[in-house]
Design a protein around this ligand. Structure first.
Ligand code: FES
Ligand SMILES: [Fe+2]
Length: 449
């Protein structure tokens, strides 16, 4: 049996070689619960999920069930969904609006701020000796709202979210993903969840940096469907791609001191996609046309001090387990995916979909349809990825197969050969630079004493 240090020595990110053991071994899984998920800032939702007093929504931090609440004073809390009496989950529904949670086992009741408010037969059974103030739900000590995106950390000594993200990651997240200067994002109806085989890191590294699989093999069926629609002169679901592939880059942001953030297929210095969006907007009416012009103007203003104006992106990921889809176009909305660990060889995807708040209703309606056509278990993108993960688990379970490392050598040495003058590093796409950065940062966290 190897100890954890021996296993970690198999993560040679500089050479792009990573031991598969870290994706299959149960001891590594337990160690990273502590070293990664108990220390990192984790996304727990968006403020638009709990817009009103007494709203709540459940989520996970690693494998710990939590409830995000907005209490009677309007404050947001993240509570561990576990009764302080004997550990039952107290919040039984995914989301809703309530003044509190009553445990279904013995009936202790808690406020949305986590306080223990009521205990059945308290006087008769505890004789005035129960210190209710010490028996609230566990409150996650660090919570922060980053332009609507809610983060939390179990580590009371965690650095501020600001320094966890750093300036460059903050710039892209705020301006480009959360569209703060464009009016922010709003929720589209419907959550979406599915379990999938595969360690959570395999899917996180896919979103943070694997565009190779999109065009080389996995998603060619999607591309073929798009082509067929176009050839028949029909509106194609999820059909948008810049004609000029020279304007598509891999964005590698943060990642040394800060959480790595990767963006696949960032388009810079090309008008193609704006023109495509404009021509589609023309079919949707003047509101859509005006909005497309307005947001382009705002995007150009935001980038005016940089050496290029990015327009859109395809996919992205923020360490450790947030995935993003932008599909190149604001007409398609934006998908947020959490990859929750479920043991060493399984994960659960929790996905929600958003759209720019200032978009006209006709665009919002379209974005709802498209979220379900594309990055969705009933769509044309996600199921093909899951099939790969299923086969990787089958081939990766035998321990003899852990000796040969996985290969992440794409664009080694070419990492920064993209446009300079933007935040972070722009390199050629596809690339495995973001995966190498992902494992470097993961290793740093795992080696921290
Ligand atoms: S476990 Fe919740 S009241 Fe007993
Ligand atoms: Fe994929």
């Amino acid at each position: 049996m190897k100890n954890i240090d021996e296993v970690l020595s198999g993560v040679d990110w500089e050479q792009g070689l990573v031991s598969p053991e870290i994706h299959f071994d149960e001891d590594v899984y337990r160690a990273e619960s502590d070293k990664v998920f108990n220390k990192a800032w984790l996304v727990v939702g968006h403020e638009d999920m709990v817009p009103k007093i007494n709203d709540y929504v459940t989520n996970y931090m690693g494998d710990v069930p939590v409830v995000v609440t907005r209490d009677g004073r309007g404050d947001v809390h993240v509570l561990v969904n576990r009764c302080s009496h004997r550990g039952n989950q107290v919040c039984l529904f995914d989301r809703g609006n309530a003044k509190g949670f009553t445990c279904s086992y013995h009936g202790w009741s808690f406020g949305l701020d986590g306080q223990l408010n009521g205990v059945p037969m308290e006087q008769a059974l505890y004789h005035g000796k129960l210190d209710k103030s010490a028996l609230g739900l566990e409150t996650v000590p660090k919570v922060a709202n980053f332009h609507g995106l809610l983060f939390a950390s179990f580590d009371p000594d965690a650095p501020s979210l600001e320094s966890w993200l750093g300036e460059d990651v903050s710039w892209w997240l705020k301006n480009f993903v959360l569209a703060a200067p464009l009016g922010g994002l709003e929720m589209l109806p419907g959550w979406h969840r599915y379990r999938s085989p595969g360690n959570w890191k395999l899917v996180s590294e896919n979103f943070i940096g694997d565009d190779y699989h999109v065009f080389s093999a996995t998603h060619i069926s999607w591309l073929a469907v798009m082509q067929e629609f176009v050839s028949k002169g029909m509106d194609a679901p999820m059909a948008t791609y810049p004609a000029n592939a020279q304007s598509v880059y891999e964005g590698a942001i943060g990642g040394a001191e800060n959480a790595p953030f990767g963006m696949g297929m960032v388009t810079v210095g090309s008008d193609d996609l704006f023109q495509r969006d404009l021509s589609e907007a023309k079919t949707l009416g003047t509101d859509a046309v005006e909005w497309i012009h307005h947001r382009k103007q705002r995007l150009d203003e935001i980038s005016k001090d940089l050496e290029g104006a990015p327009y859109s992106f395809m996919n992205g990921g923020l360490f450790p387990n947030l995935g993003l889809m932008g599909f190149f176009s604001p007409m398609i909305g934006r998908q947020f995916l959490m990859f929750h660990p479920r043991g060493a060889i399984e994960h659960e995807v929790w996905q929600w979909n958003m759209v720019e708040r200032e978009a006209p209703q006709v665009v919002k309606d379209l974005a709802i349809q498209r979220a379900h056509q594309g990055q969705h278990m009933a769509g044309i993108v996600a199921p093909d990825d899951v099939e790969n993960f299923e086969r990787m688990v089958e081939a990766g379970k035998p321990t003899r197969n852990w000796e040969r490392p996985f290969h992440y050598g794409l664009q080694m040495g070419q990492e920064d050969e993209g446009p300079a003058g933007l935040h972070g590093t722009m390199g050629p796409n596809p690339s495995e630079f973001n995966q190498r950065r992902f494992y470097r940062f993961w290793l740093q966290m795992m080696e921290r004493k």
